[in-house]
Design a protein around this ligand. Structure first.
Ligand code: SF4
Length: 345
């Protein structure tokens, strides 16, 4: 998608031309195609898109969480300089637990239900540090305290089902950060939580990022969360990146019709709800991605551009008139086209 860029010290993760496919009886599910991005220390990269856009599949590939017997992965994933595509399982295990950690949407299924929360965090610590059980347990209590769980000594001895949803998510974050990873991937970390707890968890992730100096990848479908949290934004559709740039700049001035569509479906707090604005149609099946631009069946500009939208995959290119912005669209001046239509309304 992009030419190789020079390495710099703040880059923790360098994903280049990543494709992930799942052969199935009905055909090949092309979940991620030709995806390139970087995650940097001290910054939060949000990856957004609807369900099936490939955002979670790509992040699971980064941590080597796909079954290799059922997945075809090509391209390059370099985490702290270690190439992970094609690496043996023991390398993946070592790299993913020391250099990166993932916080899942549903901590109840990610935490072992029959083990005490403190013991799970202590065990993760002992897997990489030669310390006694007592020292690891102290570290677990410290981490629970650090993520804002009251009475951490007592809580460490409890089981996941004794925690509230918000506290379980805090415990997952403590588990993820116990070995000071340089990369934290948070996959829809607040989706299952109520709004107040969501805000607390996002504040916590931001505080911890500053304290630990790590890179954060935040996978979400929620642009309000992006606006609150992200430095950089990558928008995905049908397995491909369609727009990338500074998060605030993209939200203020989207250059891809799909990003504009996502934004128009957000309600501002001052708006009265008269009708729900949505992007017409549905994301395509990844077994039969439309030719040309995969967004063309839903795009209000496809008729204006004509045949290329239906037949030619748009290249990844700098967005005209915008700094540090890339997109995949045939429109000659997409920002102007979107503004002329007042967003997409
Ligand atoms: Fe729409 Fe065509 Fe741009 Fe795709 S390439 S987003 S169909 S205008």
């Amino acid at each position: 998608m992009t030419a190789a860029q020079p390495w710099s010290d703040d880059v923790v993760l360098d994903v280049t031309a990543l494709s992930v496919a799942f052969p199935a009886d009905e055909g090949v599910v092309r979940a991620v195609s030709d995806l390139s991005y970087r995650a940097r220390l001290g910054r939060t990269l949000a990856i957004v898109g609807e369900s099936g856009s490939g955002k979670s599949v790509a992040s699971m590939a980064v941590l080597g969480l796909h079954d290799p017997s059922r997945t075809r992965i090509t391209g390059s994933i370099r985490l702290d300089g270690h190439e992970l595509v094609g690496a043996p399982e023991w390398v993946l295990q070592s790299v993913r637990s020391t250099h990166a950690a993932m916080v899942f949407q549903d901590p109840l299924s990610a935490l072992h239900p029959l083990h005490r929360v403190g013991a799970q965090i202590a065990e993760a610590y002992r897997a990489h540090h030669e310390v006694s059980r007592a020292t690891a347990q102290r570290r677990a209590v410290e981490m629970l305290d650090r993520v804002g769980i009251p009475n951490p000594d007592r809580r460490a001895k409890q089981f996941p089902h004794e925690f509230s949803g918000g506290m379980r998510q805090r415990a997952m974050i403590a588990l993820g950060l116990v070995n000071n990873p340089r990369l934290l991937i948070a996959d829809e970390p607040t989706t299952a939580l109520d709004v107040t707890v969501q805000a607390q968890i996002l504040d916590l992730v931001r505080d911890l990022q500053q304290e630990f100096g790590s890179a954060v990848i935040l996978i979400t479908h929620d642009l309000a969360v992006v606006a609150e949290t992200a430095d950089d934004l990558l928008v995905m559709y049908a397995g491909r990146a369609v727009e990338q740039g500074d998060a605030k700049a993209v939200l203020a001035r989207p250059s891809h019709p799909y990003t504009a569509g996502l934004l128009q479906s957000l309600l501002s707090p001052s708006e009265e709800l008269t009708e729900l604005r949505t992007i017409p149609g549905a994301p395509p099946s990844l077994l039969a991605i439309p030719p040309g631009c995969s967004f063309h069946p839903r795009c209000p500009f496809a008729d204006r551009v004509g045949a290329p939208c239906q037949t030619v995959l748009p290249g990844w290119r700098p967005a005209p008139g915008l700094v540090n912005r890339h997109l995949r669209c045939h429109l000659t001046d997409p920002v102007v086209a979107i503004q002329e239509t007042g967003g997409l309304r």
